[in-house]
Design a protein around this ligand. Structure first.
Ligand code: NAD
Ligand code: DAU
Length: 355
């Protein structure tokens, strides 16, 4: 049985990945998560009582804790999802982003390097450290520019993307300097089950169900390249298995959409799936609000490297993935209601009242 250490596995993508690994492998999964506002034990409730999943509440920046975990569980691979992930929060308060995404990743790399140095040659060679990153490190594209490839220069524009770029550089350096067998994936916008409703798609679904305004920043023409989260998980698994150490793989689904297209799609699905909603047609709730400072205009991923070298392709189209997502939020109202607590409301007031 192999052992995989997943960091940030109580968050949106991390939890989906933990479920993916539980279902598709026989690995023991050690899940280290600080349980910030974004970490939600309910995302892992289906694994309660499963001895193959070991949850540890803690910080990737806690060197003593990570040293102990590595010594105790002897992982064969580490997948680092742990991060502060929301651009708007990084604008209101960048410090946590530097602390976790930069300093935390540094401590995790240092602990990993010390552990890896002590392994036998065979285990050293087979070991993998996979760092989960974002397309936002490449900056913003003009309307007709080619999609981001792995050789695009870094040009991060928000405190969030700058902190992720820093961590990517550290990971790269640990491979080049120390030989640590690292891999990095830079993925486009994810959507799907368990996404915290500060991000566009779950925020729209949640607000629409309550007849609240659907806030669209600026002119709504910003473009993102959307990938269903379970396709991101299959890409990560494929890179772990077949990726070449030291390499970077861009992950995306080739589904570029403007934010206005997203909101109209979500509203149309809700009109259909909730025919007795008092808020139909939901698109009448669309409200243009003050733009995000430094708002990147367009992201797009060129996934040809992961397709040709690893053979990965997404299983969902945007149409099938968004329908599954809306359906999941409709069928998991208890999860949604439990999230809509005081700290979430404080965030909504802070981010939207002055817009
Ligand atoms: P998320 O905010 O939903 O989850 C982050 C998780 O990390 C939470 O469970 C949180 O408790 C945990 N965490 C935060 N600080 C920690 C620390 N110091 N130590 C241990 N755990 C900590 O984020 P997400 O959307 O699931 O993103 C996961 C990763 O994927 C991030 O690294 C993010 O940059 C990257 N990514 C996200 C997207 C996206 O569209 N959401 C796209 C590409 C890449
Ligand atoms: O591209 C990958 C990135 O995607 C990840 O690295 C980040 O962790 C993830 O949060 C996401 O970043 P974005 O800033 O693109 O996602 P967000 O959901 O915040 O916004 C998507 C688009 O929708 C963006 O153009 C801003 C806009 N938006 C967002 C919110 C929350 C609105 O118009 N209104 C809103 O209320």
């Amino acid at each position: 049985m192999k052992v995989i250490l997943v960091t940030g596995g109580a968050g949106f993508i991390g939890a989906n990945f933990v479920h993916h690994q539980f279902k598709n492998t026989d690995h023991k999964i050690v899940n280290l998560d600080k349980l910030t506002y974004a970490g939600n034990p309910e995302n892992l409730a289906a694994l309660n009582g499963e001895t193959r999943h070991v949850f540890v509440k803690g910080d990737i920046g806690d060197r003593a804790l990570v040293d102990t975990l590595l010594a105790e569980h002897q992982p064969d691979m580490i997948v680092n999802f742990a991060a502060e992930s929301h651009v708007d929060r990084s604008i209101h308060g960048p410090e946590d982003f530097i602390q976790t995404n930069v300093v935390g990743t540094f401590h995790l790399l240092e602990a990993t390097r010390a552990f890896w140095n002590g392994l036998t040659e065979d285990r050293k060679t087979a070991f993998r450290f996979l760092h989960i990153s974002t397309d936002e490190v490449y900056g913003s594209l003009t309307a007709d520019a080619p999609a981001f490839s792995e050789t695009n220069p870094y040009a991060p524009n928000s405190p969030y993307s700058a902190s992720k770029a820093s961590s990517d550089h550290l990971v790269r350096a640990y491979h080049h300097t120390y030989g640590l067998p690292t891999l990095t994936t830079n993925c486009s916008n994810n959507y799907g089950p368990f996404q915290f409703p500060e991000k566009l798609i779950p925020l729209l679904i949640m607000n629409a169900l309550q007849g609240k305004a659907l806030p669209i920043y600026g002119d709504g023409q910003n473009i993102r390249d959307w990938l269903f989260v379970q396709d991101h998980c299959s890409a990560i698994a494929a890179v772990l298995e077949k990726g070449k150490v030291g390499e970077v793989y861009n992950v995306g689904g080739n589904y570029e959409k403007t934010n206005l297209e997203i909101v109209h799609t979500v509203c149309a699905i809700l009109d259909e799936l909730v025919p007795d909603s008092p808020y139909r047609p939901h698109n009448e709730l669309i409200t243009y609000v003050k733009d995000r400072p430094g708002h990147d205009r367009r992201y797009a991923i060129d996934p040809s490297k992961i397709a040709s070298e690893i053979g990965w392709q997404p299983a969902e189209t945007f149409e099938s993935g968004i329908r599954k997502t809306v359906t999941w939020y409709l069928e998991n109202r208890a999860w949604v209601d439990n999230i809509a607590n005081g700290s979430y409301q404080n965030w909504i007031s802070k981010n939207y009242e002055a817009r």
